[in-house]
Design a protein around this ligand. Structure first.
Ligand code: SIN
Length: 525
């Protein structure tokens, strides 16, 4: 059942005056791939599950390229194997992946995809009737399954939304604080149109997605404001690898580079498109042996360097040589045409754009955090899968695999812990910068390339944040963004080297002593 609103303020009672109250075994925050598979796994084990949805929009829906997965022998690209997928993931992750986590998630990929098919997802097929496979940056083999050409996320979301009609989903509910006592979760403080309320629950799963709106322009939907990372930081739960923000090399550039901008999937390069500057010169020639299909941190940095060198506002993706482009890439074609660009006749203007947080709330491969009863899955989590740079199309894979595991682990914890009652929360007042100022400062000083001077200016600006009561979605998002920006800035300053998608112009090389993740714990702001 999907319920829109319908919580009433609790009557009378002193301690809880002004708060509505609900109970659940498991609360899931987010309705993308990780959130819905987690919620379904918990619901099917007979638990009372409440799913909180802030905007109803998810990053999953916008995913284009596909799901990286090693298929059974007869169906896979010649020479592909779990070992090869693990090796590509580790290479992209630049020394910071947890190899055991990578192997665990990659090995479970095909099973997780079959479960998604059981939920109703359909993937594109080749003439032989087996799944069509494409390639993206950093992959040594064709191993990416896709749907609707370049609308994989929309298909995944469609299938899961169909299955989720059995779930209790609360729309326009914003989780604003994790409640915990004696080292264990007791519930979530939530804002809805009735005001603040509490869902008492022993298990909470963060599946709230990413943080692209730290920047002025991003491929992420509006709700990607770092909520889960901020909630964890306020609860004193460890977060890690926050400096590794992945800039997708090819976000559409149409002059109006603010807010959510369309992605031009890497699969376009996988099918043969070339990245060139305004003079028609290759952007990646001589940069990496894989050329335009190098891992995306390498390609994004090469574009950034070319833009600095030429002063041009964008580079171009020339896809005119791809047969049947409009059929293979209908989403990209429509986005280009909406911006007045015909990709069949002209090269597509692109720039790197904030796309994915490789770091997040520190978890194991079952989504368990260091706080009993708190789980995280999907982009909000840092499982060790992505290291310093996520391999393309590994995110839906991770969300599927870890989401289900987190749902099961949350049920086990809820059964173990039994019913809990949260203490009434103190009214939260936290610091926030005005959003546009924060985005401008992050874009200028913590973008594709950073340095100590810029990061110092960023920290100074963040220090001017003013206390704001958290009384609406907007103020919650502003404080969440400010908290997370503070974490990103500190991590980027501390990592005095370049590695993966963290490029320091003042420390251009990787340094052996930094071949480890930085972990931050504790509250700020
Ligand atoms: C893309 O289609 O290029 C994006 C896929 C991803 O972020 O993994």
């Amino acid at each position: 059942m999907t319920r829109a609103m319908g919580n009433r303020p609790a009557c009378g009672s002193g301690r809880w005056a002004g708060h509505w109250q609900q109970r659940a075994d498991v609360v899931v925050i987010g309705t993308g791939v990780a959130g819905l598979v987690a919620a379904l796994a918990a619901h099917r084990r007979g638990r009372k599950v409440v799913v909180l949805s802030k905007t109803g929009d998810t990053a999953t829906f916008y995913a284009q390229g596909g799901i990286a997965v090693v298929l059974p022998d007869a169906l896979r690209d010649a020479g592909d194997s779990v070992d090869a997928h693990v090796a590509d993931t580790l290479a992209a992750g630049a020394g910071l992946c947890d190899p055991d986590a990578v192997r665990s998630i990659v090995s479970d990929g095909y099973r997780a995809v079959r479960e998604l098919v059981d939920e109703g997802a359909r993937f594109d097929e080749s003439a032989s009737g087996s799944w069509a496979l494409t390639r993206e940056g950093g992959h040594s083999r064709r191993r990416i399954i896709h749907a609707g050409g370049d609308a994989t996320g929309a298909e995944v979301q469609r299938a899961l939304n169909g299955a989720a009609t059995t779930l209790d989903i609360r729309h326009n509910h914003v989780a604003v604080e994790l409640l915990h006592e004696a080292g264990a979760v007791t519930g979530v403080l939530v804002l809805n149109e009735d005001g603040p309320g509490v869902v008492h629950a022993p298990s909470v799963i963060l599946a709230s997605g990413g943080l692209g709106h730290l920047y002025s322009a991003t491929t992420n939907p509006d709700g990607s404001t770092g909520d889960g990372v901020a909630l964890a930081m306020w609860a004193g739960v460890a977060v890690s690898d926050l400096e590794f923000i992945q800039f997708h090399p090819t976000m559409l550039f149409d002059g109006d580079n603010a807010g959510r901008r369309p992605l031009i999937t890497e699969a376009v390069r996988g099918e043969g498109a070339r990245l060139v500057d305004s003079q028609g010169r290759s952007v990646t020639a001589g940069v990496h042996p894989m050329g335009d299909l190098a891992p995306r941190d390498v390609v994004a940095a090469a574009i950034h360097a070319r833009l600095e060198e030429t002063g041009a506002p964008c580079v171009f993706l020339d896809a005119r040589g791809i047969d049947g482009f409009a059929t293979r890439f209908p989403t990209v074609t429509a986005a280009c045409r909406a911006a007045g660009i015909d990709p069949l006749l002209e090269a597509i203007p692109v720039v790197p754009g904030a796309h994915y947080s490789c770091g997040g709330v520190l978890t194991d491969v079952h989504g368990r955090t260091e706080l009993a009863g708190l789980f995280a899955a999907g982009e909000v989590a840092r499982t060790g899968m992505h290291g310093a740079n996520r391999l393309a199309s590994n995110s839906l894979l991770e969300g599927l695999v870890v989401g289900v595991r987190a749902g099961k682990a949350a049920v086990a914890h809820a059964l173990d812990a039994g019913p809990v009652t949260a203490a009434p929360p103190e009214p939260a007042v936290r610091r926030a910068l005005p959003r546009r100022d924060l985005q401008r400062a992050m874009t200028k000083h913590a973008g594709v390339v950073r340095d100590a001077d810029g990061l110092r200016l960023l920290a100074k600006e963040l220090d001017t944040a003013r206390p704001r009561p958290i009384d609406s979605r907007a103020t919650f998002e502003d404080v969440a963004l400010t908290t997370v920006a503070t974490g990103v800035a500190a991590a980027a300053m501390a990592r005095t080297e370049s590695r993966g998608c963290h490029h320091r112009s003042d420390f251009p090389d990787a340094e052996g002593q930094f071949a480890r993740s930085l972990i931050a714990a504790g509250a700020c702001c």
